[in-house]
Write a protein that binds this ligand. Sequence first.
Ligand SMILES: Nc1ncnc2c1ncn2[C@@H]1O[C@H](COP(=O)(O)OP(=O)(O)OP(=O)(O)O)[C@@H](O)[C@H]1O
Ligand SMILES: *[C@@H]1O[C@H](CO)[C@@H](O)[C@H](O)[C@H]1NC(C)=O
Ligand SMILES: *[C@@H]1O[C@H](CO)[C@@H](O)[C@H](O)[C@H]1NC(C)=O
Ligand SMILES: *[C@@H]1O[C@H](CO)[C@@H](O)[C@H](O)[C@H]1NC(C)=O
Ligand SMILES: *[C@@H]1O[C@H](CO)[C@@H](O)[C@H](O)[C@H]1NC(C)=O
Ligand SMILES: *[C@@H]1O[C@H](CO)[C@@H](O)[C@H](O)[C@H]1NC(C)=O
Ligand SMILES: [Mg+2]
Length: 673
Amino acid sequence: MLVKQLVFFFFSLISQFQKSSSQSLYFIYNGFRPPLTDISIQGIAAVTPNGLLKLTNATTRKTGHAFYTKPIRFKDSPNGNVSSFSTTFVFAISPQLRMLSGFGMTFVVSPKPSLPYAGASQYMGLFNATNNGDDTNHVFAVELDTIPNLEVNDMDENHVGLDINSLISINSSRAGYWDKTGQFKNLTMITSKPMQVWIDYDGLTHQIDVTMAPINEDKPRKPLVSTVKDLSSVLFQDMFVGFSSSTALVIASDHFVLGWSFAVKGKAPPLALSKLPKIPRFGPTKIQSFYKNRLPLFSLVLIPVLLILSIVFLVRFIVRRRRKFAEEIEDWETEFAKIRMKFKDLYYATKGFKEKGLLGSGGFGSVYKGVMPKTKKKIAVKRVSNESRQGLKEFVSEIVSIGRMSHRNLVPLLGYCRRKNELLLVYDYMPNGSLDKYLYNSPEVTLDWRQRFKVIKGVASGLFFLHEEWEQVVIHRDIKASNVLLDAELNGRLGDFGLARLCGHGSDPLTTRVAGTWGYLAPDHIRTGRTTTTTDVFAFGVLLLEVACGRRPIEIQNEIDERVLLGDLVFEFWNEGNILDAKDPNIGSEYDEREVEMVLKLGLLCSHSDPYARPTMRQVLNYLNGDATLPDLSPLDLRGNGMMMLGIHHRVSEFDMSNGASSIVDSVLSGGR
Ligand SMILES: Nc1ncnc2c1ncn2[C@@H]1O[C@H](COP(=O)(O)OP(=O)(O)OP(=O)(O)O)[C@@H](O)[C@H]1O
Ligand SMILES: *[C@@H]1O[C@H](CO)[C@@H](O)[C@H](O)[C@H]1NC(C)=O
Ligand SMILES: *[C@@H]1O[C@H](CO)[C@@H](O)[C@H](O)[C@H]1NC(C)=O
Ligand SMILES: *[C@@H]1O[C@H](CO)[C@@H](O)[C@H](O)[C@H]1NC(C)=O
Ligand SMILES: *[C@@H]1O[C@H](CO)[C@@H](O)[C@H](O)[C@H]1NC(C)=O
Ligand SMILES: *[C@@H]1O[C@H](CO)[C@@H](O)[C@H](O)[C@H]1NC(C)=O
Ligand SMILES: [Mg+2]
């Protein structure tokens, strides 16, 4: 280091001294940062903001030049001998494609500070097709050639050559250097790595030496290429020094000069290597550097992260969806596979079981309106929660078998679905809703007597079907106005058959629960907990009275919460001698008095407290169709049991009844009640 500084100091002295006698004796550029003086840039050459002299860019088939603009006095007199001169520079070549380059660069000494007629590609910005090899060129150059061109006897794709007036080098060598141990080391020029070149001419011996080494290596003692040639005939007294470069037809390289110094009659001052600008770290062009350098980095870090993230999201999505649409299927259900429905379909059909589609809620669950996506068929979906799975299998097989046997007075069951603690039953949507909406509390729309009688007959035939016409006896267990639905032609259809069984089923008679609706429960049912066809008939009787009277089965009469059973009320009218006074004033004026009277009496008979006194559904149907006439009953015939009905009256008021008729009894009966 000290030696270098001393040499430099010594140099400066000499140059200072010589400056007085000649025009320009030395200069030094440790980078080409602005303000850049005395350098002219031509062609596609440019200076980058960080101070790199960039001779070429990605433009193909173009030349780039940079010249020191002041003339250099090479000879003391016009016909004198060329003085010793020396130059050193650091360069780097960045190929656009790995290991492919075009075309190389040169250090050039030329009569003018430009080479306007020089060609691109293999001419390297020095000559053209006509003047190549012409002695009148007066051009001396050192080429750093990265393309083998057989036309000019190039040795390989990575060589250094001495050129005088011609691209055919007078001596050349593959790029490299002799290290301190005397070994020759190859240097590949197109690796974007900065390398240093020294060119020295001895004015006395005419020795021309070209030496190169990787940056930060000291100048090797042994030159790479040398020759003995008197340049006095080649160079004029005043010449210009600079660099030329060219790009090829399809491929181009970025040729950079990082620093440069020059001296006549002395050694070129050493460059301050640490001050030189850095060449762009990642390749010459943005796209290339992205693909070549950043993409591996990205793919190493980003792609696995993205992959993991997307997998996590996907798994979460699938798990959530699975959980959301999870169903339960057991072995015994395989025979019902045909009518089993997917929860997902029902979810979409009802738009996610939104409040908006809620038709109503009862003791077993809520009913939602929906539209099947494919068939556009309107459906009603009942969600029944069943924590205890007691009797589920029997229930499902029963409703499925009934659903299969379509009857015009039953609400068709389209299918079912089972999830954890939940059963979904899918019914035909009944456009006119349930019967209760037409009966109580002065409704907006009511039914006239003919319509009511039609509904009654329909319900009777539906219940008769369940009791006697179906292959096994099916007890409905929950006959009431809200379970009678009206189809488009206002036919009465029974819904919710068998549902009460889900709640009321049990093997131990002592713990069997009573399920049904207050007001419709037969006294024998409450006493024993047993349901029979006669308990259905009892409830049907209450329904008859409801339809004829337009009143709820149990009505709260005054402030002290006294409850009156509809049966007692009708019974009292009958006892007073005018049973027709019990009829609903809303049934209109056109009605058959005998029919209304018959329905009222039949209602009382059916809701007889003695199960053996109740008619069967076959008999009921005969009475309603006029195929048989009701036996001539008097209030006295039912009186003896009237006490029984009043007894229920009192019992009912013992229970907490929050919601009139639509409340479910779910109490364990202790024996002996
Ligand atoms: N298939 C259907 N078509 C149209 N509306 C229906 C259908 N099924 C039920 N609904 C409506 O949904 C409401 C609620 O029915 P839900 O069966 O849940 O209660 P409920 O009949 O009052 O009591 P329960 O639980 O004892 O049957 C009914 O009142 C009726 O208006
Ligand atoms: C190369 O440089 C020239 C001159 O600076 C410019 O006009 C041209 O657009 C550049 N080409 C590319 C590909 O950068
Ligand atoms: C040039 O050098 C030669 C010897 O190589 C010498 O004879 C000659 O005088 C020199 N010419 C001048 C002008 O110095
Ligand atoms: C080649 O360069 C010379 C000048 O050196 C010029 O006169 C000539 O026209 C050029 N030829 C072509 C083909 O460009
Ligand atoms: C240097 O390069 C030449 C030709 O390119 C090759 O034959 C030789 O083996 C190389 N030497 C080393 C040490 O890589
Ligand atoms: C070419 O250069 C080499 C290496 O410096 C040298 O050994 C050889 O003699 C030179 N050949 C000519 C013709 O100058
Ligand atoms: Mg119902």
